[in-house]
Ligand binder design. Structure first.
Ligand SMILES: *[C@@H]1O[C@H](CO)[C@@H](O)[C@H](O)[C@H]1NC(C)=O
Ligand SMILES: *[C@@H]1O[C@H](CO)[C@@H](O)[C@H](O)[C@H]1NC(C)=O
Length: 411
């Protein structure tokens, strides 16, 4: 009989409980958050666990310890692993690292890279503060590991697995070659811990970056150019109101006027209706008018640099977030095909007008993608668009069929 359900998604806090379940072959179902999860756990915190006799747990430390102690009881008694330490003192030290990592390391790493990759709005001061504090915390970890092989005692404990898993995003986005040179102990320890099957089976390979990811500021030229022109229209005699704002610059595609079919309405239709049965015929019949809209195949240019599929999907999410100024003028679906360490990003966009640039150049990273115009009257092109809408068939990549791993809809 199943011993419970773990709710976890691709976020890093799901890694450790999943690793425990896998390493000890626990009879625990792993489920993505669904309606039942949201009802049971109003704060929607991941991971969460539903066990026997109505047990409901949230918080990664509680969930992980439950899986180790209540289900895998043998483990604590096992003199070989001692995952939870040899005695009460070591157990307390392990808890100290779990808590420090969960409250200081992981949130600070997220605060340092989240704004850079477009997950949250960019604010230089916040990013600088996050990086400065992260270095203080890293110094504590580096000091321990410069003197000892592991975080607690002389063997790997849960502390090592837990903290290393929470450091992964740091190595994904922030800790380049220079940082690793300056933190030899953390780097040596991290490489050792992630190579253990315990984490490797869940994480796959972690690729090391050469340089930290950098913030690319959005292009401002057009807005700046629009402001003085607007001011000139004011009569010179009128007293200037210093607080008055220049009129918001219009999107260049505003000039094309309203299309016959509002893209918002299509977005709602697509979300609510059966894709193949209803939405796709409607798209070609009612929405796509080649006089008003163009279709584009959009491909990421640097597929060979992609690593884990969920990270590729996050990249698409960041791109979509940066395209938000053009939401009113387009719709699109992009997918990640392939598997970890061998995947690519492709998709299609419906764009107001006949050019792609006015719609896409609001995103600073738009030039990381290539744009190929599609012909809505060509059967091959139509088939591609339909599959991007439905995600139910493999993608043809230079003659090879690749399964779709994930994807996002730009709405
Ligand atoms: C717990 O175990 C460690 C490592 O063997 C040892 O150094 C320490 O003295 C022990 N503490 C207690 C309270 O037994
Ligand atoms: C498909 O093949 C062409 C020509 O060899 C190459 O330039 C392109 O990068 C390939 N595309 C993908 C997605 O692999």
């Amino acid at each position: 009989m199943s011993q419970g359900t773990l709710y976890a998604d691709e976020k890093i806090r799901g890694v450790l409980p999943k690793a425990i379940i896998k390493a000890y072959n626990l009879d625990v179902k792993v489920a993505a958050p669904d309606a039942a999860f949201e009802k049971t756990f109003p704060l929607k915190k991941i991971p969460a666990f539903v066990g026997p006799k109505g047990l409901k747990l949230t918080e990664i430390i509680a969930v992980s310890l439950y899986l180790c102690t209540n289900i895998q009881v043998l483990n604590i008694a096992d003199p070989e692993t001692k995952l939870l330490g040899k005695n009460a003192t070591q157990y307390a030290e392990i808890l100290r690292w779990l808590s420090l990592s969960n409250s200081e390391i992981l949130p600070t790493i997220a605060g340092a890279f989240g704004p850079i990759i477009g997950r949250v709005p960019y604010n230089k001061k916040q990013v600088d503060e996050a990086n400065a504090y992260l270095e203080k915390v890293n110094a504590v970890v580096e000091a321990r590991l410069a003197e000892f092989t592991y975080l607690v005692g002389e063997r790997i404990t849960l502390a090592d697995y837990f903290v290393a898993a929470q450091y992964v995003r740091g190595f994904n986005y922030l800790f380049g070659a220079q940082w690793r040179k300056q933190h030899p102990a953390i780097t040596r320890w991290f490489k050792t811990i992630i190579a253990q099957p315990f984490l490797k089976d869940v994480l796959g390979d972690v690729e090391f970056i050469e340089k930290p990811v950098e913030y690319t500021p959005p292009k401002k030229e057009k807005k700046a150019a629009a402001a003085p022109a607007a001011k000139k229209e004011k009569p010179a005699a009128a007293p200037a109101e210093p607080a008055q704002q220049a009129p918001k610059p219009k999107h260049p595609l505003e000039a094309l006027g309203k299309p016959a079919f509002a893209v918002d309405e299509w977005k709602r239709f697509y979300s609510n209706e059966e894709t193949r049965e209803t939405a796709i015929p409607f798209f070609w019949d009612k929405v796509y008018n080649p006089e008003e809209w163009s279709l584009w195949k959009v491909d990421y240019k640097y597929n060979d640099e992609l690593t884990l599929t969920f990270m590729s999907n996050n990249l698409v999410g960041g791109f979509f977030a940066r395209l938000s100024a053009s939401t009113k003028y387009m719709f699109g679906c992009m997918v990640v095909y392939g598997e970890n360490n061998d995947n690519g990003i492709t998709g299609f966009f419906l764009v107001r007008g006949q050019e792609h640039e006015p719609a896409f150049d609001v995103a600073p990273d738009w030039e990381s993608y290539s744009f190929t115009k599609l012909d809505g009257s060509n059967e091959e092109d139509k088939k591609f668009v339909n599959n991007m809408l439905a995600w139910d068939e493999p993608v043809d990549v230079n003659g090879t069929k690749r399964e779709i791993a994930d994807g996002k809809v730009f709405k």
